[in-house]
Each structure stands twice: as structure tokens, then as C-alpha cells.
Design a protein around this ligand. Structure first.
Ligand code: SF4
Length: 171
């Protein structure tokens, strides 16, 4: 569930209630800037804001995560399910990120926000060895947020970001 202020932040408690008798994990995702999605910082609903809404009605306990988790998980006593928050904008987990993305058109991206891609599809069709290309792509991964976003999300100008739309990245 991509959280957007004024659009769906009033549905958080309903989704949490859904986990009471259903062994599912609801994932709330902070709204992130991608090509074409008209992101602005004032549309964001952050990790802290989500937690404060949930805590109004429920007792929230953190769940110990795994080293490369991309979401912070929580449980509510008595609920069969749980919930998690993907806080890329306010609490990114780039330090422990081991994710790579292969797009449907055969391009390798080393970060959701990378401004470059490696064309594996063409290399494969030309019978080239793709291993060095993959290694080079991994080594060029930027320290955080694809090197394109600043940690203070209120200072981000989404119009300057070079990237695809999320639906063409996948994931
Ligand atoms: S490195 Fe990129 S893909 Fe990994 S967590 Fe950070 S922003 Fe997301």
C-alpha cells in the first residue's frame, strides 16, 4: 500500500484490522519519486506518521529483522498477521541493501533509483559474456539512493531525477 497524505492515510487502521484474523503481512510503502508519478514531498506519509496512526488503536511491537530486509516489521499482540513499513524516503536501508533489478526489457539496475542501466539483453543476443557486465554494474552501485536523492526528502526536486517509471522497473 503506497501511502499518500490525504489520499489513503485514513485507511491504515482498517488494513491493520484486516490482519487480526488473517495471517498476512500488510506493507505500507512511503511514496517515492519516479518518472511520471508527480511526486512531491508534501504528498508523503512517513514511517513515523504511519506508526503514530497505528499506535492510536493498537499495541505495536517491533519484530527482529534479517540482515538484508527491505522493510521494518511489526506485530500486534493477538493478531494472526503483521505489518511492515518500507521507509525508503525517511529511513532508507541502503547500507544493507543487496538488491539488483532485471527489467522486463533486459536491463540491469543496481538500485531502484539508479540513473544508469546495463543492457544484458543485447549482450546475450550478441553471444557476449554477461558476467563482466553484471560485475561492473554491481561495482558501480552508489552508496545510497542511487546517488540521486538526498536524505532530507523535503529538499528533493523530483523533476531532476533520471529514472524510469516504477511500472517499467518492476518490483
Ligand atoms: S540502494 Fe537503492 S534499491 Fe537499495 S535500498 Fe537504497 S534506494 Fe533502495
Amino acid at each position: 500500500m503506497v501511502m499518500m497524505k490525504g489520499l489513503n492515510d485514513n485507511e491504515i487502521a482498517d488494513f491493520i484490522s484486516w490482519t487480526k484474523h488473517n495471517p498476512i503481512q500488510i506493507r505500507f510503502i512511503e511514496f517515492m519519486p519516479f518518472s511520471g508519478n508527480k511526486w512531491t514531498s508534501n504528498k508523503m506519509f512517513s514511517l513515523d506518521e504511519i506508526l503514530s496512526v497505528v499506535k492510536k488503536d493498537f499495541k505495536v511491537l517491533p519484530v527482529k529483522g534479517e540482515p538484508h530486509d527491505t522493510a521494518k516489521s511489526f506485530m500486534i499482540p493477538g493478531h494472526e498477521g503483521s505489518f511492515a513499513i518500507i521507509s525508503t524516503m525517511t529511513n532508507p536501508f541502503c547500507d544493507t541493501c543487496n538488491r539488483m533489478r532485471l527489467t522486463a526489457d533486459g536491463k540491469l539496475k543496481n538500485c531502484l533509483f539508479s540513473d544508469s542501466e546495463t543492457d544484458l539483453l543485447s549482450a546475450l543476443r550478441n553471444n557476449e559474456d554477461v558476467l563482466p557486465l553484471i560485475q561492473s554494474n554491481i561495482w558501480s552501485k552508489k552508496k545510497a539512493l542511487g546517488g540521486q536523492l538526498v536524505s532530507d526528502f523535503e529538499k528533493i526536486d523530483a523533476t531532476t531525477i533520471q529514472n524510469r517509471s516504477m511500472i517499467t522497473i518492476g518490483g
